[in-house]
Design a protein around this ligand. Sequence first.
Ligand SMILES: Nc1ncnc2c1ncn2[C@@H]1O[C@H](COP(=O)(O)OP(=O)(O)O)[C@@H](O)[C@H]1O
Ligand SMILES: [Mg+2]
Length: 312
Amino acid sequence: MNAIQTNQLTRSFGNLKAVDRLTLSVPRGTVFGFLGPNGSGKTTTIRLLLGLLDPDDGQAQVLGYDTREQADEVRARCGALLEHHGLYERLSAAENLDYYGRIWHMSKVERGSRIRELLEPLGLYERREEPIGRWSRGMKQKLAVARTLMHHPELVFLDEPTAGLDPVASAVLREDLAMLAEQEGVTIFLTTHNLAEADKLCNQVAVINHGQLLALGSPADLRSRTSAPRLYVSGQGFTSQMIEGLRANALVNSVRQSNGQVVIDLTDLSRSHEVVTQLVAAGIQIDEVRKEKVDLEDVFLRLVEEERRGEE
Ligand SMILES: Nc1ncnc2c1ncn2[C@@H]1O[C@H](COP(=O)(O)OP(=O)(O)O)[C@@H](O)[C@H]1O
Ligand SMILES: [Mg+2]
């Protein structure tokens, strides 16, 4: 059974389709990244999946329960960190978690050991008695993540967990999230508009815009799908005859000169050495060869751009 299965899930606000015929499955045990620009429907999707909002059309099953008919079952088995961290600033870290554990009817002993189990790897156990009001945002956010895990949920929703953190605190939180995902073996559904974050943390990624699914796969799948294998070569001795010779190579899609470099689009980046060999054989003195590394950011921008063009 998938942790999440949606079928044509749709929700509008007035004329605006915030989530538009979304069909998606999230296997158990994955760290699933739900990527999209601001306003693309990420938070609305989470609210639909938690049964906090009803769909206009379509269905969703979370942990096998229908989100519309069995929202209580869903919520009992899920943790969620939504836009507000939901912590009490005047309580200590331990009190915050303890309070939450009581809501879930955990025994005192269970709460105590769970607090230690979660705070220790985050480096917060020694500070558990401090009121969190004066903690940094990064520390509070770690605690908020710990809170979502307190009652041993099977699935955790994290809505832009690193939003508003500085780059260092974001990186630390990402490390901790990766570590906790491993420790807890829990399925994580994480929204972000940060591509590097998805690349680092997620084994599956969905890209949405305007509530519609644009792409689904591993970060590597998405990269290879839209990658433009490209070489930038700088050196001495290029002639127009030489450039024509390159164009005749079956591995070469196109060649152009730009800023003193020769830019070569290839059909297969893994065979780029064959092209370099050809250049050397033709007497080019090569200073530098750089392969373009396509990152998820490029893929994402391209997908969004293609969608925009499709609308015109
Ligand atoms: N309660 C609401 N009422 C009206 N419009 C809403 C409401 N919630 C979200 N929207 C709109 O739906 C779209 C998607 O919002 P949201 O799911 O919050 O996007 P994201 O989380 O990707 O930034 C946005 O255009 C937003 O303004
Ligand atoms: Mg949002």
